[in-house]
Write a protein that binds this ligand. Structure first.
Ligand SMILES: [Zn+2]
Length: 532
C-alpha cells in the first residue's frame, strides 16, 4: 500500500474487513466481492424461494380499489380524519371521500375497520447494497446475498415505501431494482445516487487498487461504490456516469477526519472540486447531499449550500447564527441519530469515561443493549449479527488506536459518543430555526439493520420531538428532501397510493409504527403480518 493511500484511509460505512484476527482484509473482501458478483449474476437462484414474502391482498391495476372505514393520519396538521374512504386507481389516490360511497361496478372494496392509515414512510438515508456486516465471511457470501435481498423486504414490511440510497454498488443495486420490478421480492421505490462522488482516499476507504487481482472482476459484477476521482476530468466523467445510470442526486463526503479507529486525517475536496460539483449539480438539476460528522464538513456544506447534510456532527455545538444560516440557505438535515447510538460502543471501555455519563446516554445505552441482545432474526441474518457481536471484543483486546495497523477496521466509538452529547442540542436548535429535518437510519452500516426506521423515530422522541413532528420527518419532510413532495409523503388526491395501515394512532403512540398491519405501494396492498 502506498504511503499516500495509507494516509488517506477514511471512514468507511461500506464494509469492514476480515483477517485472521476476525475482520476481513482487502484481498478477502474482494474475494467476497467476486463471489457476490457471481451470485448476483443469478439473482433468482433457489435461495430466493426461502425469502420472506407477503400476501398481496388487493390491487388497483385494472379495477378501482376502495379502502373503506379509514382513519387517515394527516401528518401536516397532526390530526386524524375519521371514517374516510380512499379511492385508488392505477396506483394513484383518485379520491378521498366521507363515509361509504357506493363503489362503482367491479371495484374491489377493502374494509380497514377504522384502523389508522398513514402515508408510506421514507427512509431518507440508507445503503441498500450493504448488509450491516462488520465482518464479511468469504464463505458466507450466500448469507450476504440473501441479506441483500432481505434489505428491501425488511424495509417494506416495516412500512417504508420509499428509500433514498446514499451510496451503493451500482450494478448490485440495479439487480435489486430489477427483482422488485419483476415482483420476485417486495420492496420500496428507490431513489439513489449510485456511487459516492468522493475524492480519492476519501470516505469510504476501500481501495480496489490494493487488491488488483480481484478488484476488476468484483467491480465488474457489483459496481464500484467509490467514484474516487483524481482530477477534474475524472470527476466530471464520474458524475455523468452516475447520472446516466439513474442517479437523481449527488452524494458528497465533506469530512476531514476519519471515524475509523487508528486513523485521523483524510483527504478533502479542493475548492475547485466543490465549485465543479456544485456547477454540475445546478446544470443537471441534481440535489447534493453531504456526509457530515465534523464541524469542518459542516462549515463547508454551509458555505457551498448543499441541499442536505447527512448525520450529526461530533465536535461542536452550533451557534444560533450558524443554524439560522442553514435555515436561510434551505439546507435540510437527515440526522441519523440511531447510527450514533449503535456505533457508540460501550464495549470499547472498561468503564464509560466520565464525560459520557449523562442521563441521555445512559438511557440510549440501555436501549442499545436491549436491542442488541434481543431476537433479531427479523432484522438480520443471525450469523451476521453473531459475527458483529463478536467483533466488539476487538476494541478491548487490541485498543482502538492499534486496530487499523492490525488490519482491523472498526469505527471510533468516541466520535459517536460525542454525537450523542452534541447531536440532540444541535438538532433541537435546527428545529427551532425551521430547518427541514428528515428521518433516516444509515442502515447497511454494521449494527444498523434495514427496516429499523422506527428506532430512529423513537430516538427523535427521546431527543425532544413531538409525535406529529416525528411523523412529518419520516413522511412529508423526507418527501421534500427527495424533491418528491408532489408524489409521496401525504395521503392526498393525485399522489402515489403509498400508505401504511396501523392498529393504533401514531400521533398518540409513536410505537404504533413498529408493526404495520398492511403496507400499500402503488395501489397494491400487502398483509405484512403473515409471511408466506
Ligand atoms: Zn451513510
Amino acid at each position: 500500500m502506498t504511503k499516500q493511500a495509507e494516509n488517506t484511509k477514511g471512514q468507511c460505512d461500506i464494509v469492514e474487513k476480515k483477517n485472521k484476527t476476525g475482520l476481513m482484509n482487502r484481498r478477502q473482501l474482494l474475494k467476497a466481492g467476486v463471489a457476490t458478483g457471481l451470485y448476483c449474476a443469478f439473482p433468482c437462484s433457489a435461495e430466493s424461494g426461502a425469502l420472506p414474502g407477503y400476501n398481496a391482498m388487493a390491487a388497483s391495476e385494472n379495477k378501482a380499489l376502495y379502502l373503506v372505514h379509514c382513519n387517515i393520519i394527516d401528518v401536516v396538521q397532526g390530526v386524524v380524519h375519521l371514517d374516510k374512504t380512499v379511492v385508488i386507481r392505477q396506483g394513484t389516490i383518485d379520491a378521498i371521500t366521507d363515509g361509504l360511497p357506493a363503489p362503482e361496478q367491479g371495484a374491489v372494496v377493502l374494509d380497514l375497520k377504522n384502523q389508522y392509515l398513514m402515508p408510506g414512510m421514507i427512509d431518507a438515508h440508507c445503503h441498500a447494497t450493504l448488509t450491516g456486516e462488520s465482518q464479511l465471511n468469504v464463505f458466507g457470501v450466500f448469507t450476504t446475498l440473501r441479506q441483500f435481498k432481505r434489505n428491501f423486504i425488511q424495509q417494506f414490511a416495516h412500512g417504508v415505501t420509499t428509500i433514498r440510497d446514499m451510496g451503493a454498488m451500482p450494478k448490485l443495486l440495479q439487480d435489486g431494482l430489477t427483482m422488485i420490478a419483476k415482483g420476485d421480492i417486495v420492496g420500496p421505490r428507490v431513489v439513489y445516487c449510485n456511487a459516492f462522488t468522493n475524492i480519492h482516499g476519501g470516505h469510504p476507504d476501500i481501495d480496489p487498487a490494493d487488491v488488483s487481482i480481484f478488484s476488476g472482476i468484483a467491480m465488474a459484477f457489483a459496481g464500484n461504490p467509490c467514484l474516487w476521482f483524481k482530477d477534474i476530468r475524472e470527476l466530471e466523467k464520474g458524475m455523468e456516469q452516475n447520472s446516466a445510470g439513474g442517479a437523481s442526486f449527488i452524494k458528497l463526503t465533506m469530512d476531514n477526519k476519519s471515524v475509523m479507529c487508528g486513523l485521523s486525517d483524510i483527504t478533502v475536496y479542493s475548492d475547485e472540486h466543490l465549485r465543479v460539483i456544485m456547477k454540475f449539480a445546478r446544470e443537471h438539476h441534481l440535489p447534493t447531499a453531504g456526509h457530515v460528522h465534523t464541524k469542518f464538513g459542516f462549515d463547508r456544506a454551509l458555505r457551498y449550500g448543499l441541499n442536505s447534510m447527512e448525520h450529526s456532527i461530533a465536535d461542536a455545538g452550533l451557534s444560533d447564527e450558524e443554524v439560522l444560516e442553514m435555515a436561510r440557505k434551505r439546507i435540510a438535515i437527515v440526522p441519523t441519530m440511531i447510527v450514533a447510538q449503535m456505533l457508540a460502543a460501550e464495549e470499547a471501555y472498561g468503564a464509560l469515561p466520565p464525560q459520557y455519563r449523562t442521563d441521555f446516554i445512559a438511557n440510549e445505552m440501555a436501549i442499545r443493549r436491549q436491542y442488541l441482545n434481543s431476537q433479531l432474526s427479523d432484522d438480520i441474518e443471525p450469523s451476521i449479527h453473531q459475527a458483529n457481536m463478536a467483533s466488539l471484543e476487538n476494541y478491548q483486546k487490541y485498543g482502538c488506536e492499534n486496530l487499523y495497523s492490525k488490519g482491523l477496521f472498526l469505527p471510533r466509538p468516541e466520535t459517536y459518543f460525542n454525537i450523542l452529547l452534541k447531536g440532540p442540542g444541535n438538532l433541537l436548535k435546527m428545529k427551532q430555526a425551521g430547518v427541514l429535518i428528515g428521518c433516516g437510519t444509515d442502515s447497511g452500516v454494521p449494527f444498523v439493520y434495514h427496516g429499523t426506521l422506527w428506532r430512529e423515530m423513537e430516538m427523535l422522541a427521546r431527543v425532544g420531538f413531538s409525535n406529529k413532528e416525528i411523523l412529518q420527518c419520516a413522511t412529508i419532510n423526507n418527501a421534500r428532501i427527495l424533491q418528491m413532495a408532489d408524489k409521496i409523503g401525504t395521503i392526498e388526491k393525485g399522489k402515489f397510493a403509498d400508505m401504511v395501515v396501523l392498529k393504533e394512532n401514531p400521533l398518540k403512540k409513536i410505537e404504533a409504527c413498529r408493526s404495520p398491519q398492511r403496507v400499500i405501494k402503488d395501489g397494491r396492498v400487502y398483509d405484512v403480518t403473515v409471511k408466506t
